[in-house]
Design a protein around this ligand. Structure first.
Ligand code: NAD
Length: 421
């Protein structure tokens, strides 16, 4: 059977498990250890009643999953999106386990989400939703238990409400309960662009391995939020030509290059990128298949699948998003010689600076931009090199190498701790 004729399973948790099992095969793990490492430790589903501005009530469904805590407290973002479901949150939580281990951070993996379109709520409704969700997941979160952060459609303001709700409930200001906070509230310098900065550091390494560079490369970026917009700015400043960007409604393509300042100004008006004044509109599907050197998926899961992987023209795919490439597509890209810098390595700059924020919060002593940047570069480069070594050792892709490295580290922690009781 060819890959094209196989039915793809797009369930994110099944996909996460597939990548884990590949690493478990390479590490020759027995069934018991596979079950221990792959099964989420805690899953909580909550209902969130919210009084709307017009006096009516609505109930939203939210989740928080702590996938693994062998190496430290669970760590992972909170997503507010209409498609959130428990399997997606379980997948994202497990990717956080492997990501934190890949970067050698003292964290396990967690994730949370609420099934809601936050763009349809007023600010007051969003605050009530956030605070009630926080109070419902209070048994799970804490600075030494499980530490949320921003993800799709959540931001520093949402983190501030979470921090305040937790602190009010515990009767003490607790900065370290959440990261990605505003600078006025124990946030870290550089956290807003950290995910993109981390992708940039790994891209430099990937380019060097291919004897090319970011400078002069053409780039297409899918998704123009925290990850994607900072990516456009950073790569543009490094001399790349940003030829296409998109948001949920579509994007714009201009082979002559797009100006990040003009794009940001356009987005600020509330308009979608497909209405940008220069270039021509593209769909999100078309953007992925453009003839560029570097493709950065920075939106949602399952964007590069068996249906389009043969048509990807980029030499390097840098996964700023979590789970943008399905296993069948990953095999196709690998067989076509396309370098994929996998999510659990590429976008780990976000959680790495979240780790720095957590450390700064405990010390109540804050670093300057250069310090954050310098330390982040050390972590990203070291992780990239370890992943590349592991991939060479197992004759596999960088994703394969990243998973072996990560699973091995979590395995080691699990074995030295022992299984309680
Ligand atoms: P965000 O909410 O800031 O932005 C999301 C962007 O994606 C928006 O521009 C939105 O318009 C766009 N989008 C939504 N649906 C889309 C679709 N179907 N097609 C194309 N674009 C679409 O979110 P973010 O924090 O930038 O997260 C983006 C990705 O990066 C997610 O996969 C997230 O898990 C991952 N990530 C984020 C962080 C972080 O620190 N924020 C860290 C690691 C990974």
């Amino acid at each position: 059977m060819t890959v094209e004729t196989k039915q793809e399973n797009l369930n994110p948790f099944a996909i996460a498990q597939h990548y884990f099992q590949q690493a478990a095969d390479r590490l020759k793990l027995d069934d018991g250890m596979r079950a221990i490492l792959s099964t989420p430790k805690r899953c909580l589903t909550v209902s969130i009643p919210v009084r709307m501005d017009n006096g009516t009530y609505r109930v939203f469904i939210g989740h928080r999953v702590a996938h693994n805590m062998a190496r430290g407290p669970a760590k992972g973002g909170i997503r507010f999106h209409p498609d959130v479901n428990l399997d997606e949150v379980k997948a994202l939580a497990s990717w956080m386990t492997w990501k934190c281990a890949c970067l050698d951070l003292p964290f396990g993996g967690g994730k949370g989400g609420v099934q809601v379109d936050p763009h349809k709520l007023s600010k007051a409704e969003l605050e009530r939703l956030t605070r009630r969700y926080t109070s419902e997941i209070l048994p799970m979160i804490g600075p030494d238990k499980d530490i949320p952060a921003p993800d799709v459609y959540t931001d520093a303001q949402v983190m501030a409400w979470i921090m305040d709700t937790y602190s009010m409930t515990h009767g003490a200001t607790t900065l370290g309960v959440v990261t990605g906070k505003p600078l006025a509230l124990g946030g870290s310098k550089g956290r807003d662009r950290a995910t993109a900065r981390g992708v940039q550091f790994t891209l430099r390494q990937a380019c060097a391995a291919l004897k090319t560079g970011i400078r002069g490369s053409t780039v297409a970026i899918q998704g123009y939020g925290n990850a994607g917009s900072h990516m456009a700015r950073l790569l543009h400043d490094e001399g790349a030509l940003i030829v296409a960007v998109s948001d949920s409604k579509g994007g714009v393509h201009d082979p002559k290059g797009l100006d990040p300042d003009a794009l940001a100004a356009h987005k600020k008006t509330g308009a979608s990128l497909h209405t940008f004044k220069s270039g021509r509109p593209v769909t999100n599907e078309q953007l992925l298949e453009l003839p560029v050197e570097i493709l950065v998926p920075a939106a949602l899961e399952n964007q590069i699948t068996a249906a389009n992987a043969e048509r990807i023209q980029a030499r390097i795919v840098a996964e700023a998003a979590n789970g943008p490439t399905t296993p069948l597509a990953d095999d196709i890209l690998f067989s076509r010689g396309i370098t994929v810098v996998p999510d659990i390595l590429a976008n780990a700059g976000g959680v790495t600076v979240s780790y720095f924020e957590w450390v700064q919060d405990f010390n109540t002593f804050f670093w300057d931009d250069d310090e954050v940047d310098r330390r982040l570069e050390v972590y990203m480069k070291r992780a990239f090199d370890s992943v590349a070594d592991m991939a060479a050792k197992h004759l596999c892709s960088l994703r394969g190498g990243a998973y072996v490295l990560a699973v091995q580290r979590v395995l080691e922690a699990t074995l030295v701790r022992g299984i309680f009781p």
